[in-house]
Ligand binder design. Structure first.
Ligand code: C5P
Length: 239
């Protein structure tokens, strides 16, 4: 089994990001770089980090959200960084999702796989109502958005560990479910409210896990990543 763990490199310090990528290159399945890092260091920063772990796939978490033409342009520009996964907000609507998927498809087999962001986990049901969404259960809202993403050509969604089983049932076996909020047994939950162990999240139907602090804040990050890989029965590379 390939290693499903993307390590979240959550820093805007370029030297630190490169060091983490170099150190963890052989023991995780991929690297996630997000908005803060991109705003701080741009495409060149992303390339510099990925040169340190060139065998690993990149998950570029930019959460694009704009009119269809602009998001398609963003996908095209991001594709030059060759991300395996790229995020867009499902709330941008069907035309935006379709435009993004069509643009990604132009890159053929090497295309970025598009993952939709459903509801930000920082939002509760009242927050959804505050921005004008109909008041409904969060799980229903998330499932509706994930179905919309699939219907418009996205490859998967980001979801919390507790949404995995329901979304796997609703969306079938081939949809990517990229799951943050994962904590190895015995490690600190930090600010994550509803955590699950890596093995349980995979059993529930996750295809990939995003793990940050339990790896990079560990006294020995390489050992921490290896331990997670061993628990999952993973080989070292390429989710
Ligand atoms: O350090 P930790 O393992 O909590 O990092 C999880 C990563 O996943 C961070 O990069 C965080 O921004 C991201 N994330 C999350 N919850 C979401 C979406 C993304 O924790 N719903």
């Amino acid at each position: 089994m390939t290693n499903p763990v993307f390590v979240a490199v959550d820093t805007i310090d370029l030297a630190e990001a490169k060091m983490r990528a170099r150190q963890l290159a052989g023991v995780v399945g991929g690297v996630k770089l997000g908005l803060e890092f991109f705003v701080a260091h741009g495409p060149e920063g992303i390339r510099a980090v990925m040169r340190e772990c060139s065998a690993l796939p990149l998950f570029l978490d930019l959460k694009l959200h704009d009119i269809p033409n602009t998001v398609a342009g963003g996908v095209r520009a991001a594709a030059s960084l060759k991300p395996r996964y790229l995020t867009i907000h499902i709330s941008g609507g069907p035309a935006m999702l379709r435009a993004a998927a069509d643009e990604a498809a132009r890159f053929g087999a090497a295309r970025p796989r598009l993952l939709g962001v459903t509801v930000l986990t920082s939002m509760a049901e009242d927050d959804l109502a505050a921005v004008g969404f109909a008041k409904r259960a969060m799980s229903e809202q998330v499932e509706t958005m994930a179905r919309l993403a699939k219907a418009n050509g996205l490859d998967g969604v980001i979801c919390s560990p507790h949404e995995v089983a329901g979304l796997r049932r609703a969306l079938g076996p081939d949809f990517v479910l990229m799951v943050p909020g994962v904590r190895p047994a015995g490690s600190d939950a930090d600010d994550q409210k509803r955590v699950m162990t890596p093995a349980d999240a995979m059993k529930a139907g996750a295809t990939h896990l995003v793990i940050g602090r339990p790896i990079y804040q560990a006294a020995d990050p390489v050992a921490a990543a290896k331990k997670i890989g061993a628990e999952l029965g993973s080989g070292p590379l390429a989710a």
